[in-house]
Design a binder for this molecule. Structure first.
Ligand code: HEC
Length: 195
């Protein structure tokens, strides 16, 4: 072993200690990084702390959240119930659903029975599309009107509201006497004209 370079001349229990110096190029890079750290640490940690990963991540998330919120606010709302009503395409399936689920109490032609007549201008709970969707969804359990939101899909319920609306002004075989208050063309309650 004595032919090795850089012996430290330190021997203990017959074991010779050697000094294997790191290559000059490696040490050179190492000293450069130390020199750079003197500038780097104050620069990132104290002058521009927002560039640290945690802060950058937080800032990016915040920007994304703000962008999403702005987009949600800008996004055009889906078509209104009135627009869907005008668009049509609901008549057939709504009529079939009405016959199946609603005719036992409201009559197949909407003339009424256990439930109110849909062909007149009078409503108990209001006649706007929103009123109709709401009452079909929630029902009026204490009065015998079932809540349909668990058994029918939201579109089916909307379409049934359209169908109920479309029955207004038609002539049923037997019309139940009006119940509730008179509504205007949009289905909103109006004060009755005094005779
Ligand atoms: C078991 C009988 C029954 C069935 C089935 C039924 N309804 Fe009714 N419905 C009623 C009764 C009773 C009322 C009146 C509630 C009240 O007095 O507040 C009513 C009220 C309504 C009203 C509110 C009317 C108003 O004047 O404000 C709408 C709309 C309605 N029903 C739609 C439907 C639709 C659509 C279906 C089928 C999916 C349906 N109903 C099925 C019994 C029924």
């Amino acid at each position: 072993m004595s032919d090795q370079l850089n012996e430290t001349k330190h021997t203990f229990d017959g074991i010779e200690e050697h000094d294997n110096p790191l290559p000059g190029w490696w040490l050179g890079i190492f000293y450069v990084t130390i020199a750079l750290a003197v500038f780097y640490v104050p620069y990132y940690h104290f002058m521009h702390p927002e560039k640290l990963p945690a802060a950058a991540w937080e800032a990016e998330n915040k920007a994304i959240a703000e962008k999403r919120q702005a987009e949600a606010e800008m996004a055009p709302a889906g078509p209104s119930l009135a627009e869907k009503y005008e668009a049509g395409g609901w008549q057939e399936s709504a009529k079939a659903d009405f016959i199946t689920f609603c005719s036992p109490c409201h009559a197949a032609d909407g003339g009424g029975g256990i439930g109110p007549n849909f062909t007149d201008d009078y409503y108990i709970h209001g006649g706007t599309f929103e009123n109709l969707v709401n009452v079909i969804n929630e029902g009026v359990p204490e009065k015998g009107m079932i809540s349909w939101k668990t058994s029918l899909k939201p579109t089916q319920i909307e379409n049934l509201a359209f169908y109920v609306h479309s029955l207004r002004g038609t002539t049923p075989a037997t019309a139940k006497e009006p119940q509730g208050q008179k509504v205007n063309q949009n289905g909103e309650f109006i004060a009755e004209e005094t005779p």
